[in-house]
Design a protein around this ligand. Sequence first.
Ligand SMILES: Nc1nc2c(c(=O)[nH]1)N[C@H]1C(S)=C(S)[C@@H](COP(=O)(O)O)O[C@H]1N2
Ligand SMILES: [Mo]
Length: 266
Amino acid sequence: MSQSTEPKLPESDVPESAVRRKVLQSFGLFALAAAVPVGVYEWITHSPKLRGIKKPFRQVLDANEQVARTYFSNTHLVRTFPVEEAEKKARVNGYDGIRTPVPEDWKLQIDRPGTEPLMLTIDDIKALPKHEIVYEFKCIEGWSQVQHWGGARLSDFLEHYKLGSKSGNAPSPDNTDDLFKYMGMETPDKGYYVGIDIESAMHPQTLLAYELNGEPINAPHGAPLRLIIPVKYGVKNLKRIGRMFFSDQRPPDFWAERGYDYYVGL
Ligand SMILES: Nc1nc2c(c(=O)[nH]1)N[C@H]1C(S)=C(S)[C@@H](COP(=O)(O)O)O[C@H]1N2
Ligand SMILES: [Mo]
């Protein structure tokens, strides 16, 4: 099997053993990672592909999907920390879609079925109640940091602007038939994009963040507005949101297209 079918990591040039560990980590199999012999890994990576992902993993991923869809309800909160424990200098990782300067005329575009897109300014987002979270941000590549973010709850935003529902009413977790299954987001230049299950989008700890350590987010961290979704690995935390939309089909996802689990939940 050619190199190009191997999962491509956000940081390349990692040794094979590290790749193996990270591939397994990406499925949450941390403890197993060390125990899986190289031979087994090779058998897995040389197996036929199914929906773009190696076959023996597919069942694991489908199980993961079930877990993601039921587990990330409002009753499961990620652990939070005292603000003093937050890193003063948060690490920067990943520049896809943010290599150009922040557009001066930046607006958040929200596509809505049957009507024209909503165009919002950062002040519109700041007008919603502000929430802060200090939690352990985890990158699938194997690093994590306690970080302090501030912004509007994505659930408050969806409710205020009546988004994510098919009826055009405020979305309600009690009326799941009326909810689109997914939310898609992309950078203004479409260079990076993610798809998120609506349950995780509506999780109370998910933020449209405009502050890091109490300051406006800088360009490398995703100015003026980024997603902070603590129930997911870093890859889903899109920096510099340009457009959002809702769909029952899985929106395109940059790293899922490159071999990662679509859900990458923690
Ligand atoms: N636009 C954009 N958002 C992105 C990425 C990226 O390359 N481009 N990388 C993702 C990954 S892999 C991680 S770990 C986090 C890192 O966020 P940070 O730079 O604020 O640490 O951003 C995520 N969001
Ligand atoms: Mo990452």
